[in-house]
Design a protein around this ligand. Structure first.
Ligand SMILES: [Mg+2]
Length: 371
């Protein structure tokens, strides 16, 4: 046994891959997809099992098997920061962003879940609550939807679930469908009424001046208040230009795979609210570090997608604005996992009576989706 094994050495790290087809064709401004791949990580230590996952590609499983397991087996399950660092160092030669960071994220989440279960407390208690629940906004509104589909999704969020914020995709076909973008935003405003906050996400589909022009119209014609990735999130100067020009909040950060990425985005003054994705950034360990960086620079943070994983850490951050309650992840999480949180009322409220994040894999239900 290693000297740093402590009271609960990690005895196993396993992974599985599931692919779940979408309920209909989906696209945003710059990408189309027909399935979601979930890679799970399971950590065993001290008689407990921690579960984490990422929405990525099956290659994450190879990274976990070939690199991360070797780095973690025998380490103390309580010493999560040390395990996180060991994973990052083990992957030096692979390059951290993308597949590697997503794999590390899944395992880091499993490590935190395992630690909380070893302690017999909820993850929210382990992180320390700042609030009872985390506000959520409905997210979907794909460019592939016809008006009727868009309308019924918005009605589900607002009328059935009682959400007070929602978001649709714009920037269709790399910004070449401006008229349809504006009509869809106007339809969304008409369906949700005047009191619900309406957001748009262009996924980097517009050019700089086009984004300014479109942003002005979203604000004037549909009272939009949040303009996500109006230009590419790699264009920090462009994001800053849009942010300085428009009376809309500019948001980005969903492709942040390490802490320096967030430092650069914040340092360039590119966003009003930093989006951080716990299944990409490096798990709960990195999510909290990025959130601290944002808070110290006067910015709110928002959990990008993965609502059932974000809720537990999000309630510990006083400058949390909201979590993205993403259509695909609502579906996929419900199919694969027991213990997911209910979106009704506009908040996700972690349950303190369930150790860890309270979720477990539904083995039998998940089996048909296994790869
Ligand atoms: Mg987005």
């Amino acid at each position: 046994m290693r000297e740093d094994a402590g009271a609960a050495p990690i005895t196993a790290l396993t992974t599985r891959t599931y692919t779940v087809p979408t309920d209909q064709p989906e696209a945003d401004g710059t990408l189309a997809w027909d399935a979601t791949t979930v890679v799970t990580a399971t950590v065993e230590a001290g008689g407990q099992v921690g579960l984490g996952w990422t929405y990525a590609a099956g290659a994450c499983g190879s990274v976990i098997d070939e690199k991360l397991a070797h780095a973690l087996l025998g380490r103390d399950a309580f010493a999560v920061a040390g395990s996180h660092e060991a994973m990052v160092r083990a992957c030096r030669n692979l390059g951290r962003p993308g597949i590697v960071a997503s794999a590390i994220s899944a395992v880091d989440i499993a490590l935190w879940d395992c630690k909380a279960r070893l302690l017999g407390i909820s993850l929210a208690s382990l992180f320390g609550r700042s609030a009872e629940g985390a506000p959520i906004y409905g997210s979907g509104g794909f460019t592939t939807y016809d008006d009727e589909t868009a309308r019924s999704q918005l009605e589900l969020w607002v009328d059935t679930w009682g959400l007070s914020m929602c978001k649709i995709k714009v920037g269709e076909s790399w910004g070449t469908c401006e008229g349809r973008d504006l009509r869809r935003a106007a339809l969304a405003r008409q369906v949700v009424g005047a009191e619900v906050a309406l957001f748009v996400d262009a996924n980097g589909g517009y050019s700089r001046k086009q984004a300014v022009r479109m942003g002005r119209r979203y604000l004037e014609e549909a009272a939009v208040t949040w303009f996500e990735e109006p230009v590419s999130s790699d264009d920090l100067v462009g994001l800053r230009m849009v942010r300085d020009t428009l009376d809309l909040d500019v948001a980005a950060g969903e492709y942040g795979y390490d802490e320096p990425y967030f430092a650069r985005m914040i340092g360039a003054g590119s966003v009003d609210c930093l989006q951080i994705d716990v299944t990409r950034c490096g798990g709960y360990t990195s999510w909290l570090r990025a959130a601290s960086l944002a808070g110290a620079n006067g910015l709110d943070v928002s959990g990008h997608c993965a609502p059932n994983l974000h809720a537990h850490v999000a309630v510990s951050v006083p400058h949390l604005r909201h979590i993205e309650y993403f259509h695909d992840h609502h579906r996929v999480d419900g199919l694969l996992f027991d213990g997911v949180l209910a979106p009704g009322g506009g908040f996700l409220v972690p349950d303190d009576t369930s150790p860890g994040h309270g979720m477990t894999l539904k083995e039998a239900d998940a089996a048909p989706y296994r790869r």
